[in-house]
Design a protein around this ligand. Sequence first.
Ligand code: TRP
Ligand code: ZN
Length: 884
Amino acid sequence: MLHEENLAKPKVNFRVDYQVPNYLIETVDLQFELGEDYTTVESELAVVPNPAHKGARGPLILTGLEMELLHVSIDGQDVAKDNYTVSSESLTLSSPDQAFQLKIRNRIKPQENTRLMGLYKSSGTFCTQCESDGFRRITYYLDRPDVMAKFRVRITADKSKYPLLLSNGNLVEDGVLENGQHWAQWEDPFPKPAYLFALVAGDLARMSDTYTTTSGRTVKLDIFTEHGQLDKCDHAMKSLKASLKWDEDTYGLECDLDNYMIVAVSDFNMGAMENKGLNVFNTKYVLADSRTATDTDYLGVEGVIGHEYFHNWTGNRVTVRDWFQLTLKEGLTVFRDQQFSADLNSKTVKRIQDVRALRAAQFPEDAGPMSHPIRPDSYIEMNNFYTSTVYNKGAEVIRMIHTIVGEEGFRKGMDLYFERHDGQAITCDDFVAAMSDANAHDFSQFMRWYSQSGTPEVHVSTSYNADDKTYTLHMKQTCAATAGQSEKAPFVIPIKMALLNQDGEELPLTWSQDDQTDTTRVISVTDAEQSFTFTNIDAEPIPSLLRDFSAPIRLRFPQSRENLQFLMSKDKNEFNRWEAGQKLATELILEMVAQRARGEDMVVDLGFVSACRSILEDESIDKALAALALALPMERVLAEEMATIDIDGIHHARELLRGTIACELKDSLLEVYNANISTDEYSCDSTSMGRRALKNACLSYIALLGTEESTAICEKQYQEANNMTDRLAALSCLIDLDSSVRESTLQDFYEQFKSEALVIDKWFMLQAMSKLPNTLDNVEKLLSHPDFSMKNPNRCRALLFSFSAGNLYHFHRADGRGYDFLAEQLIALDKSNPQIAARISRSFDRWKKFDEGRQIKAKAALERVLATEGLSKDVHEIISKNLE
Ligand code: TRP
Ligand code: ZN
């Protein structure tokens, strides 16, 4: 009886099936008795019929998973066992068609919860993760975001083990009981969906501060961590205060809470969670000091603290009607955290990093078996749809709206959005309608970005007419068929552009379609084929298109190498200067891959090398941008440019180009390296980060020389570094060298940092990403290292995900051993944490893009996983889509 449901085909949820709930819950009173053997939950719900529900009311069906039901009563009367039905997923009551009080008592076992959804324990601390459907693992409930209730929470626990008892909102009362127990009563004044519920109980250290809002309210800010980690919370607190300030300055949004709490836990499935007033964070996005965290980590903390705080308005005050609308809160909130980081640091650097991430993760996702629109049409397991598409492409869609209506227009749209929807659970259409109404702009065709998947391509050709001095851009947009979508209608594609003369100056653009003149403009491609003609152009210009990556597309525009080199040095748009270099490098590498495939020697075109020399010799250039310009496109990004991925070819061609740059530019590299060494105390300001980035970009080339001298430089930097950025940069050079220094340095690193979990994650990650031939053997060995654990998501990601998603060259070995290895680990991991197993199984996504030999081996590995008895629906969904 128990197993029947498990054997059945996993249920698919469809967006079009949405129905309003038949009942609503107005208030929730929860009582938790946290124990070592089990936890008892008592829930009292004020249930009312939903007036918006049409037709026959039907029974009240509450969802609940993996719990023991102890007692049910309605309006104070016990409900007999034959008056309700309990299945493995729900509690059904044929309830009266009127308001009533429902009391439920049940028992759960947080200490056995390894999937880290619902109530679980992390290093002795009780904590919760309820998004998207974790609350149903705590008690029976209408666990859907359009049911919003006011929560009161009473927690009882052992006082010495759990001196700290937290939930959402305000502490209203607490007290001590007999036999060492104590209790706390919390009340959240804001109605919220269950996914924003949180509870924390443990023995934690606290850092407190305050922030005064523009209107003069004082908000108490608390960050809680394990004891001994408080000195790593300064940056998080600083970032939190900056977030509160930024949202006031940029959007006029004030913090509505008396107390904003952040709790850092070491076992967490994702980055962080925006629970109302009580965020729970992965330690990775809270803890940072110069000894243990890199510049990237500092920026990560700032970005994620901002992200979760910004959710307080975009996500919590205005939430989603159903989970298909996830991008309503995530796309918008990612866009907001991107703006925040751009304002605090460098706009162009942030934009380049975001575009790099989009191309590395979202473009492959959108071309593979998991391709879906930013608002998906169906899902089996919602956790599988917290994707780069929903988050990052979702943010790009918001960015396009921002580009179309402009900064002020966007603010007007946001104001109207909150005016209309504060306190509601709504859809993406409601958001776009607010933008549309506030700006009198028609977004109906634009809505295709919400419904069509795939990365559009825009093919550009140009023509210059010297007689009538006109210049025309011919645009043709296409979008390849994607999983479940064969036909696509044209998108609205805003293209920011300028036309440059031979000196790099931007020409005044008089566009024949209207009579405005400007040097840069945004043209809107809306048809399958369209031309744009500019008048009064004296000589054939060099176009600079898709500035700042104004749309998430692939621009197909054949440009000569001379023009690309020209744009690299002359384009006034810094993003496009970087982009021209990436395009040039991509062309060269792919040409080398083709030479190698034909059995020819690979020939390195020295044009790119000399462009790198100009960057190194240009003292006026921004250092962070120079570092980015010196970095070649990632292997996974290059791979997407090939019909059949030749991973060995890509790897060897890219390495040959890197090696050539190192040899040819040795002197300049050393000079710039030395000029940027600093003995100043660590600081994470943009200037210092830029200097370190450029220095370490040079080091990564210098290390390739493979001489005693170059290895000694890496070793010296490793030993003398006064911060983790420099130490890790040196170690990541050594990790690719087959030398005894590699082993001794790795050992030293381990010894120095063995008590710092987040640094040991880096130690595992570096080894998983090594280019050395024995990497897979070493990864297999590391599985039995005493510090490796399948139970900790950060550690799994550090070893398994870094190898399978971050080391394409070794994961996609021709002998298929990479695939076999991952399949075996996924089967093991799925038993404890399906959500993480499913995420890591995404590393298979591009298997059909490889050669036949690899395909056969990947397919066999996938089939082995799929045949596993008791496989979770999480992994099942990913693997079966891969095999479709
Ligand atoms: N809403 C969270 C965020 O974007 C995402 C999240 C955190 C999450 N933990 C999760 C999603 C667990 C699914 C499962 O900030
Ligand atoms: Zn989010």
